[in-house]
Design a protein around this ligand. Sequence first.
Ligand code: BTN
Length: 263
Amino acid sequence: MTSFSKMTPECLVQIKGALRPFPGWRHWHLDRVVSTQDSLREALRQGEREHLALSAGVQTHGRGRHGRTWDQEPEKDLALSILLKPKGRYPPLLLPFLLPTALFTALRTLGVPQGLLRIKWPNDLFLREKKIAGVLIEGEGSGAFLCGVGCNVERTKFPTELEGIASSLRLEGIDRIQYPELLLVFLMKIAGMVQEAEKGQWTKILRTYQEGFAWIGEEVVLATKGGGIQGRLIRLGPKGLQLSNGLRLDVGEVFGIRKVKGS
Ligand code: BTN
């Protein structure tokens, strides 16, 4: 695709074309919102169907997980929310795996080297050990989920408390990617993966998640409410996490995963 530094009518036409093979998928772009999650919730209340993706050039009060704020630079970073309704076709617990996997695959397609990029439990993306992207999934009742994705693309400044922890593609030396192009490729990946999930084919999605996660087979410590649990991680997916000693934990029981040094 042509590279666009800002969202333009031409780019919107390209996105529309890219979504044509996925019946029912629509994309709306708004210049300025408070949060794409709130705008999408409003669209849901107005009767919009699933498979609606809503992006924004400026998001003034983006939200992160655990009540945190999500800060972005206008027209430089990716902010979008997608309305999905798994409705008995695939488990809603697949969503925390599906969304980072689609972003991981989109960034790989755009040339970000796999060695630098990693999915961090449960659904953050890290580039050279710094967070560049996060996912917020909010259940709305009646089976609807608002799936928000934020990715730092071109920003170069962060608030002091995030310095050393967060980064962007640009700061890590990847300067060919701009958010409209990432949006287009991401939408194609997510629409494709949702289509596969709806047909009950999600083994490949989990395999790609595990590839990006990179700690399968490693000695890790799982952070749980009851404290840290150490073991060799052999599997993870919507059914939970499994250690080599046979211990299984539900997805929601594990707050964090760290690798044991030297293992
Ligand atoms: C996190 O890592 O805490 C999740 C961050 C999710 C941010 C995205 S940006 C688009 C969407 N709208 C929001 O208000 N939040 C999500």
